[in-house]
Design a protein around this ligand. Structure first.
Ligand code: ZN
Length: 251
C-alpha cells in the first residue's frame, strides 16, 4: 500500500464519524467506512473497505483496486450477494461467473471497485430464495415463485451503494453493467456515470447453456430440464459470442 493511501484512509476514518446516525432512519441515510485492509486475492491485489449503514443493517463491502479516492471515471461493478452461486457454485444462476468476471477484469486494471452488496436473493434473503427454488422444483415458474416472495425495494439498495461511492470520494464512474436502468437509478442518487462498460462473461462449460438455451428458447432462462432460473442479479447475462442486442428484450 502506498503512503498516500495510508494517509487518506486515516483521514477518511476520522472524518467518517457521525452523530445522529443511530438506529434505522429511512429519511436520513448514513453510510460509514468502518475498516480498511489489504486483500490480496487470486484475482489481484485489492483493498477491502467495510461499511455500516442505517438503512438495512447489512455489512456491505467495497473491493478496491488502485487509487480510487477522488478519482474520475472509476470502473465500478455492483454485485449482489448470492451464497448459493458465489460460494457453492450453484448453476441455478450465474452470479459467481458475473462476480469472477468482474474481479478478474478490475484486478487487471490500474483502478476499479466491486461493491459487494449483501442483498442475498435480490434482497429477499437466503431463506426466501431457497423457498423460491423449492417452489420451482415443484414446477412453479419464476413469476409464480416470485409472488410467494413479495417484492424487493431496489431504490434502497442503490441509495446505499451510491453513498458508499460518495464515502470513497469517487468523482465519477464507468459502470460495468448490461442494464441501462441501473445507471439511471445511480444517477438519481447523485453518482456521475460517464460510461457504461458492457459486462460480458467469458464463455465456458458452465455458462454455455445460456447461449444454447438463448438460441433454443428465445431469451428465457430455462435449463435443459425445463426449469426457469431465478433472475438474481439485475443484469441480464451476456456471454462472449452472444449479441448484446439479442438480450435487450429481457431488460
Ligand atoms: Zn445467484
Amino acid at each position: 500500500m502506498t503512503t498516500s493511501t495510508h494517509e487518506q484512509i486515516k483521514l477518511m476514518l476520522e472524518e467518517n464519524s457521525c452523530e445522529g446516525c443511530e438506529g434505522i432512519n429511512r429519511n436520513f441515510i448514513c453510510v460509514h467506512i468502518e475498516a480498511i485492509a489489504e486483500l490480496p486475492s487470486r484475482f489481484g491485489d485489492f483493498h477491502i473497505v467495510a461499511f455500516s449503514n442505517n438503512q438495512d443493517g447489512k455489512e456491505h463491502v467495497a473491493i478496491i483496486k488502485g487509487e480510487v479516492f477522488g478519482a474520475e471515471d472509476v470502473p465500478v461493478r455492483l454485485h449482489s450477494e448470492c451464497l448459493t452461486g458465489d460460494v457453492i457454485g450453484s448453476l441455478r444462476c450465474d452470479c459467481r461467473d458475473q462476480l469472477e468476471a468482474a474481479l478478474k477484469k478490475i484486478g487487471g486494471m490500474d483502478k476499479g471497485i466491486v461493491l459487494y452488496l449483501r442483498q442475498e436473493g435480490r434482497g429477499i434473503g437466503l431463506i426466501n430464495k431457497v423457498r423460491a427454488y423449492s417452489l420451482q422444483d415443484q414446477g412453479l415458474d419464476t413469476v409464480e415463485a416470485n409472488l410467494a416472495l413479495g417484492f424487493r425495494d431496489d431504490e434502497r439498495d442503490y441509495a446505499v451503494a451510491a453513498h458508499m461511492l460518495h464515502s470513497l470520494q469517487v468523482q465519477s464512474i464507468r459502470l460495468m453493467t448490461n442494464n441501462p436502468k441501473k445507471i439511471a437509478q445511480l444517477e438519481q442518487y447523485g453518482v456521475k456515470v460517464n460510461e457504461r462498460i458492457p459486462h460480458i462473461l467469458p464463455s465456458n462449460e458452465h455458462n454455455r447453456f445460456y447461449l444454447e438455451t438463448k438460441a433454443a428458447k428465445s431469451g428465457h432462462m430455462i435449463d435443459f430440464r425445463g426449469k426457469q432460473h431465478l433472475e438474481e442479479q439485475s443484469d441480464m447475462t451476456i456471454v462472449e459470442g452472444m449479441e448484446e442486442i439479442m438480450m435487450k428484450d429481457k431488460g
